[in-house]
Design a protein around this ligand. Structure first.
Ligand code: ZN
Length: 373
């Protein structure tokens, strides 16, 4: 299983995209600039407790994850900033709060220009994102700003609050910023329309879940390589891979003039309760016209998810085979696809024959992580 150990060293385009967004976002947004928020927070603390503006200047610490976990251990971060549910596993990286899965759904629906949601355990965080979280100082600090003045008649949702109550409160708190100290409220309609036009481009590339989808887990799909792909230009093709699950899309980078491209890129998709197959499509990138399709395939993820659920916490299980997606005449598999537990992770290797095209194969590796862990 040597290949598995290499997974973490590949830079996924997803991660690059997040970093780019972060730079864009921090330059545009949020309505309260981070600096202002930090200054405001600092002015409320005795000097000995001030948050550092220079955490990033200290150089790389041994582990960004460690710093994030430490922050999560802080007492006020052990409950959701919005509803108080225990053990939040999600965070809004630009706002600087830790939140639960239900509130995460609302944050996602606000769009990344308001709240950029990342999983504490599953997503890759940049140093800058971790620095920003540390600078805000945790849920209590952020709430002292965002919930400074909650008017009478408005109550903070509890963990079991209705979807409507939760959604209304979170929108008022972050999108409308109704509960800020009056002196901090920014009421320029111009700035918000500028904000939405500038952020539209970013949002187009990010799954938005308007219908309040609840997720049961996350697929990390490593697009390993393509073989013998179809020719779409004169002699070759410039392929890239698009994965679609429900409304979410994720795609690899383009490999120029290559019919046997090696990507080794990780793409992440959240799995909603009612999931269908993941659709894989290969396209030929074309600068001057629409991209041509170079084949497609459906990946049935039910065998992976149901077997993982049946076996429970993979972290405490020995390496073993737990399930199988069988090759048949009406699916795209080149061979039976085995679901294994490997070093505490649920992993499925998938070899696909591309459909509706003259030639082409794809190798993938899928890792499943349930969200109830
Ligand atoms: Zn919550």
């Amino acid at each position: 299983m040597k290949a598995l150990n290499n997974t973490s060293i590949y830079t996924a385009p997803f991660v690059t995209q997040l970093v780019t967004e972060h730079v864009l976002l921090t330059s545009l947004l949020p309505s309260i600039p981070t600096q202002t928020l930090t200054d405001t927070l600092n002015s409320q603390y005795p000097s000995g407790k001030r948050m550092s503006h220079h955490s990033s200047a200290l150089g790389k610490t041994p582990s960004g994850n460690r710093r994030l976990k430490d922050l999560l251990q802080q007492r006020d971060n052990r409950t959701c900033a919005d509803c108080g549910a225990p053990d939040p596993k999600w965070a809004s990286a630009n706002i600087g709060v830790f939140i639960c899965l239900k509130c995460c759904g609302v944050h996602r629906s606000l769009g990344v220009h308001i709240s950029k949601v990342l999983s504490v355990t599953l997503d890759s965080w940049s140093d800058a994102e971790i620095d920003a979280m540390i600078e805000v100082g945790g849920n209590a600090s952020a709430n002292s700003i965002y919930e400074a003045y909650i008017p009478q008649g408005i109550s903070k949702p509890r963990p079991d609050a209705s979807q409507e109550h939760r959604s209304n409160f979170i929108r008022s708190k972050y999108e409308l910023q109704d509960f800020l100290k009056p002196s901090l409220r920014i009421s320029s309609s111009n700035s918000s329309s500028l904000k939405s036009s500038l952020s539209r481009k970013i949002m187009d590339n990010v799954p938005s879940n308007k219908g309040m989808v609840e997720f049961i887990g996350v697929l990390k799909i490593t697009v390993i390589r393509g073989k013998n792909l179809a020719v779409r230009d004169m002699l070759s093709s410039d392929p890239y891979v698009v994965l679609t699950l429900g409304q979410q899309k994720a795609q690899t980078t383009v490999r120029n003039s290559n019919l046997n491209p090696v990507w080794n890129e990780e793409l992440m998709l959240s799995v909603p309760q009612n999931y269908g197959p993941v659709k894989l499509q290969v396209f030929d990138h074309d600068t001057f016209s629409a991209d041509d399709i170079m084949g497609e395939a459906e990946i049935y993820i039910m065998p992976l998810i149901t077997s993982a659920m049946a076996f429970g916490d993979a972290g405490i299980l020995e390496n073993m085979q737990i399930g199988k997606w069988l090759k048949s005449h009406d699916n795209a598999l080149l061979e039976d696809s085995i679901v294994n537990i490997i070093d505490g992770k649920v992993i499925q290797e998938v070899k696909l024959k591309l459909q509706n095209v003259e030639s082409g194969e794809m190798d993938l590796r899928i890792e499943w992580t349930p969200l109830d862990q």
